[in-house]
Design a protein around this ligand. Structure first.
Ligand SMILES: NC(=O)c1ccc[n+]([C@@H]2O[C@H](COP(=O)([O-])OP(=O)(O)OC[C@H]3O[C@@H](n4cnc5c(N)ncnc54)[C@H](O)[C@@H]3O)[C@@H](O)[C@H]2O)c1
Length: 449
């Protein structure tokens, strides 16, 4: 980002991030990397400590991994949003014996203070600065790959893509990887279908726990959080148009309705559209919704969902936000071409595009993931379960990758269930267990009604 704005959240005013903080063990402090400002390490440590309080599953896994060392001697290259929650995941992998290199999966989402704390206090090689341009973003991924990883963790498939296209020399050394987003899984499936994928990848995004807790509840809350922080608008009585009714769009729609908005859903999938209708939402094509909405939120994983023809009929003051993985869902270029003037100085993360007919359209976070740019991403508790599945899946992959074909694989159901069990235990919820008679009944086809 050219004007140097960073992801929202507290920043340290105290200078001098020191090199003498506690380490997880192993790596030297100040591991090689590229971070914005070492003096932010104190603020980053506080932010990480705060997140850790809401991440009991990863805490339990740190203890387990420290005993079992599933990653002993392995190097993991991770491309993730550099947030406090990611810091806890990285420390969990370190506890299991891994060397970790971390690059940002989004040029705008990096919490610079967390990056500083990870590099200076935990000896992680971090390649992440908020607001870097595209070449720097990819150079950071390239530097994480320079560590010649045994395992990779990706969030959008940019690291796996770069590995296959720019560094094929490293492919033989990679045992496998994990992918955390819907968008990344789609890209990986295309690679696998074309025979281009050279190692097994586990689709962490596709687990039931992640869909529910991360996509629906985490995205739902944090996207509204980002829009409200950026604009301070009153949603009650407004019309919010949600494009895409996948697990994430569903969460956004539910939270917007909970704040008193009328919600219109746009979809291209008939089953999802029907689902939205039965949930009580108005379902319209974007061509009709465009004129009706006060706030537009794209969550599709697709491209050009809001184009020039929609921008042309939107009301004055309409707010445009994207929550999909890439910044291609709102045609920002078309908006810029239509505008006679653009104001960047009204509020952080809000650009006002003045159109020739006097209307002003407000674009949030430059069309990038609004919850990560204008707020702090998912609440830590939502990420705890998601990253718990990620850590368990990686440990499983470290031991099983040799038996897996170079394809996209589901996370074993037992891992999903285990992560949910750990979370329930952590929040003190007990559930029933099958009696022997119930198990026998469910397992037998001989027992009738
Ligand atoms: N911001 C975040 O923190 C966050 C969190 C989770 C997922 N995501 C991203 O959000 C996107 C959606 O995730 P999901 O898990 O719900 O995925 P999904 O693929 O299950 O759902 C996307 C939905 O959008 C619909 N769609 C596709 N093109 C459309 C179009 N042109 N108009 C209207 N609807 C359209 C699809 O039919 C589908 O129902 C992905 O890009 C994902 O990576 C972001």
């Amino acid at each position: 980002m050219a004007d140097g704005r960073t992801a929202a959240g507290p920043r340290s005013s105290r200078p001098g991030g020191s090199l003498d903080g506690p380490l997880d063990g192993g790596a030297p402090p100040g591991a090689p990397g590229d971070i914005a400002d070492p003096s932010l390490a104190d603020s980053g440590s506080a932010r990480i400590e705060w997140a850790e309080r809401a991440m009991p599953v990863l805490h339990l896994l740190q203890e387990r991994f420290a005993a079992e060392r599933p990653f002993a001697g392995l190097t993991i290259a991770a491309c993730l949003n550099v947030t406090a929650e990611t810091a806890i995941l990285v420390r969990t992998l370190r506890a299991g014996g891994a060397s970790v290199a971390l690059a940002a999966s989004n040029p705008l989402s990096t919490q610079d203070d967390v990056a500083a704390a990870l590099a200076l206090r935990h000896g992680i090689a971090v390649f992440a600065r908020a607001g870097v341009d595209r070449p720097t973003y990819y150079s950071h991924i390239a530097r994480a790959l320079d560590t010649a990883p045994d395992l990779v963790v990706d969030d959008g498939c940019d690291l796996v893509n770069t590995l296959h296209t720019q560094r094929p020399d490293l492919l033989p050394g990679v045992r496998g990887g994990c992918e955390s987003t819907a968008t990344g899984v789609i890209r990986l499936r295309r690679m696998a279908a074309e025979g281009a994928l050279k190692f097994p990848v586990v689709a962490v995004n596709d687990t039931a726990t992640r869909r529910l807790v991360d996509s629906t509840f985490g995205t739902g809350q944090s996207v509204l959080d980002g829009i409200l922080r950026a604009t301070n608008t009153l949603l009650a009585g407004k019309t919010v148009v949600v494009a895409g009714f996948g697990p994430s769009g569903r969460g956004v729609a539910e939270r917007a309705r909970g704040l008193g908005a009328e919600v219109i859903v746009t979809e291209i999938d008939p089953v999802r559209a029907l689902d939205a209708v039965l949930c009580g939402y108005r379902v319209l094509p974007m061509a009709e919704a465009a004129a009706a909405g006060h706030v537009f939120i794209t969550v599709t994983g697709s491209t050009d969902v809001i184009g020039a023809e929609h921008l042309a009929v939107m009301r004055d003051g309409a707010i445009l936000a994207n929550a999909g993985h890439f910044d291609v869902e709102i045609d920002v270029r078309a908006l810029a071409d239509m505008a006679v003037a653009v104001r960047h100085d009204l509020r952080p993360h809000v650009d006002s595009f003045d159109l020739p007919d006097g209307r002003r359209l407000l674009l949030l976070a430059e069309g990038r993931v609004v919850n990560l740019v204008a707020a702090e991403g998912h609440p830590a508790q939502a990420m705890d379960l998601s990253f718990g599945v990620q850590a368990l899946a990686l440990a499983w992959l470290a031991g099983h990758a040799a038996k897996l074909a170079p394809d996209v694989h589901e996370v074993p159901a037992s891992i999903d269930a285990e992560a949910a069990r750990l979370e329930l235990a952590a929040i003190g919820i007990h559930i029933d267990v099958l009696t022997p008679a119930q198990s026998a009944y469910l397992e037998s086809w001989r027992i009738g009604s």
